[in-house]
Design a protein around this ligand. Structure first.
Ligand code: AMP
Length: 198
């Protein structure tokens, strides 16, 4: 299955993605994680990327698209993957759509993890304490949430038009959220079987 996790920072994408890839037995592709690894290498590119991450701003499309496309070409992605944090802009979503069309395939579903702004801020501040991520400070959190609203949230409409959008209430206990995700995936899978048979 080719699944995208959409949702604001703090909605629990990383936590749920970890569980989901174990369930689906597919690679977890997190562009945020890939970017943080490049930053750690302290190359010129890494230093460049670090500036965006620290400010809570999106890394330029061309850079992320190149990184992601290269990753999707690896062998383990042949039968499916979970994309976590990509696409985040209309340009990235359009690129992904064309890329998949060229491969003769498409996404199976885009799961939007939904939570209120207050809950998101609380969660991100708690994570800052636990993981010490440089972009989990209050002012950076606000910038990241604003970027999400402006650049990423419009993708809900983009995918809804393609009948790929599935909202998930992400405010509850992690187990309950995961159960809802599995329900949605089972629905997608049944639908796929029906479409194949039609
Ligand atoms: P995440 O771990 O998904 O919260 O991503 C952390 C940071 O990496 C984001 O705040 C952005 O600065 C950057 N980033 C991750 N994915 C993307 C993307 N698809 N496009 C642009 N920037 C990204």
């Amino acid at each position: 299955m080719r699944i995208v996790f959409l949702g604001p920072p703090g909605a629990g994408k990383g936590t749920q993605a970890g569980r989901l890839v174990a369930y689906l037995q597919c690679p977890h592709i997190s562009t945020g994680e890939m970017l943080r690894q490049i930053v750690q290498q302290q190359t010129d590119l890494g230093k460049d990327i670090e500036r965006y991450l620290k400010a809570g701003r999106l890394v330029p499309n061309e850079m992320v698209i190149k990184l992601l496309t290269r990753r999707l070409e690896e062998d383990d992605c042949r039968n499916g993957y979970l994309l976590d944090g990509f696409p985040r802009t209309a340009q990235q979503a359009e690129h992904l759509e064309v890329y998949l069309q060229e491969q003769g395939t498409q996404l199976d579903g885009v799961l939007e993890l939904c939570a209120t702004k207050e809950e998101l801020i609380q969660r991100l501040l708690a994570r800052a304490g636990a993981q010490g991520r440089a972009d989990d400070r209050l002012e950076v959190i606000r910038t990241r949430l604003e970027q999400y609203e402006a650049e990423t949230h419009p993708l809900v409409e983009f995918y809804a038009k393609r009948n790929l959008h599935f909202p998930i209430q992400a405010m509850g206990h992690v187990d309950d959220v995961f159960a809802e995700i599995v329900n949605v995936l089972e629905y997608i899978s049944r639908k796929r079987e029906r479409d194949r048979g039609a």
